[in-house]
Design a protein around this ligand. Structure first.
Ligand code: HEM
Length: 445
């Protein structure tokens, strides 16, 4: 594992052990990025359930593997403002960093557009279906693809369509979006030609375009579409919310839905390629329904595709760890956590914990197909919990079921199935978004 062999000293901070092996400046980030599950297991074995991990520039986060830590996401004395400190340029002022009434007010203005009814009224399923089918058909014709760049590109296109960006503007948006992403990692050196300067300029460009969309939405209030729905919900909301809040959150929507969904989609294809019986079940279902569903109400006809989406995300959660801060002293298991402590909530650990799931390391559609009760917060913990639970949950459900059915229909019609051409375990990343290697190839034959 990528740990510093020169740092072996065992230390305590606030009576909680600090994981040895941190490097100067980058801390445990190399091991967190490349091998988070093994790092967590080693920490648990050697230090117990509570320990500090060093996230380099973001500082040390107290990480707790006790399932009680998941409940902190709903705790009134736990804030997400730490996210703004970690990524001020890109996430500053967005929903995910706000708390309390400011958060509720901004979220209320957005959430209805992302609920099944809002998505159906805006015709999102109809909008996505031809785009997904065309992409899957192109894969069929090429016979072999590098899966993560492909799903990344498809998701970006769907996200831009969702926002109502005109087709002719897509190449420019693509370019600006890639530059914006550089702000995540670029050192804050604001000089001409640096990635930081380019990233900021791209952010300002995207924000200016969003402002225009918002003006356009107000001028043509009768139009439908997600931005229009968001703008009218904002304008109806109590208390004045400035357009800055709306602009920041359009940027958040671009960022939040892209890599997370692209990674899950890529893992879905990888799992279908390495488990032939899974593919056979999906094909059987796709043939039975005969068409790609476009409305939420139709998703119940695709239980296998839905189980595939849920089990893929359980085995490969795209958000591995959520940063938080204790605003008051807290009790967590047997420990007292002082006010001001930075926390890391390890969704990745809970997603495959034997305390929460039976046979957690086995990929089993049956755990979803045979369930009788409703989906509980713990069943969808990969989307977080509490006030910040993912707004895109119903959208992801729709687009991943659409994708599964479109893939099965297209490939089966051509008499081919997905085949894994690379080692799926090699080159995985776990942070900031967990994803398979960029190089994994899938053949369709
Ligand atoms: C598989 C795909 C996805 C996963 C695993 C995922 C996961 C998450 C998680 C874990 C959070 C909670 C963050 C926190 O509490 O700090 C979150 C929040 C959020 N997600 Fe997603 N997400 C996905 C897709 C999407 C999509 C498609 C969209 C919209 C286009 C979206 C929009 C958001 C927004 C706006 C928030 C912030 C909500 C708030 O702070 O109130 N996500 N997501």
């Amino acid at each position: 594992m990528l740990l510093n062999p020169l740092n072996r000293r065992h230390r305590l901070r606030d009576d909680i052990p600090v994981m040895p092996g941190a490097f100067p400046l980058v801390g445990h980030l190399p091991a967190i990025v490349c091998d988070l599950p093994r790092l967590l297991r080693r920490a648990e074995r050697t230090l117990g359930s509570h320990f500090w991990l060093d996230f380099g520039p973001a500082g040390q986060l107290m990480t707790c593997l006790d399932p009680d830590a998941f409940a902190l996401l709903r705790h009134k004395d736990v804030s997400s403002a730490l996210i703004e400190e970690i990524a001020p340029e890109i996430l500053g002022g967005t929903l995910v960093t706000l708390n309390g009434s400011a958060h509720r007010q901004a979220r209320d203005g957005i959430k209805s557009a992302f609920l099944p009814r809002g998505l159906t009224e805006a015709g999102i399923g109809e909008l996505f279906e031809p785009v997904i089918r065309a992409r899957v058909q192109a894969w069929r014709e090429r016979g072999e693809v590098t899966i993560l760049p492909e799903t990344g590109d498809l998701m970006l296109k769907l996200t831009f369509y969702l926002m109502g960006i005109p087709a002719q503007d897509l190449p420019e948006w693509h370019r600006k979006y890639r530059q914006l992403l550089q702000l995540m990692l670029a050192p804050p050196i604001d000089l001409p030609g640096t990635p930081f300067r380019r990233g900021r300029a791209a952010r300002d460009w995207i924000d200016a375009q969003s402002r225009q969309f918002i003006r356009g939405a107000r001028a043509h209030a009768a139009r439908t579409g997600l931005i229009n729905d968001m703008v009218s919900a904002f304008d109806r909301s109590e208390g004045a919310l400035s357009d800055d809040v709306l602009v920041a959150n359009v940027r958040l929507l671009l960022l939040a839905g892209h890599e997370t969904t692209a990674s899950t989609m890529a893992w879905m294809v990888i799992e279908l390629a390495r488990q032939p019986e899974l593919w056979d079940s999906l094909v059987e279902e796709a043939q039975r329904v005969g068409a790609v569903p476009t409305r939420h109400a139709d998703l119940s006809q695709c239980p296998v595709a839905e189980a595939l989406f849920r089990e893929t995300l359980r085995m490969h959660p795209a958000s591995s760890l959520l940063p938080r801060r204790a605003t008051q002293e807290l009790q967590l298991g047997q420990r007292r956590i002082p006010a001001g402590t930075s926390l890391g909530i390890p969704l990745l650990h809970f997603s495959t914990s034997p305390l929460l799931h039976e046979a957690p390391d086995q990929f089993r559609l049956a755990r979803w197909l045979q369930r009788t009760g409703p989906i509980r917060p713990v069943d969808m913990l990969q989307f977080g919990s509490g006030p910040h639970v993912c707004i895109g949950y119903h959208l992801v459900w729709l687009e991943l079921v659409q994708f599964g059915i479109a893939l099965a229909l297209t490939m089966h019609k051509a008499g081919v199935r997905p085949r894994l051409l690379s080692d799926a375990e090699k080159g995985r990343r776990y942070y900031p978004t967990a994803q398979p290697s960029m190089k994994i190839r899938i053949g369709f034959s």
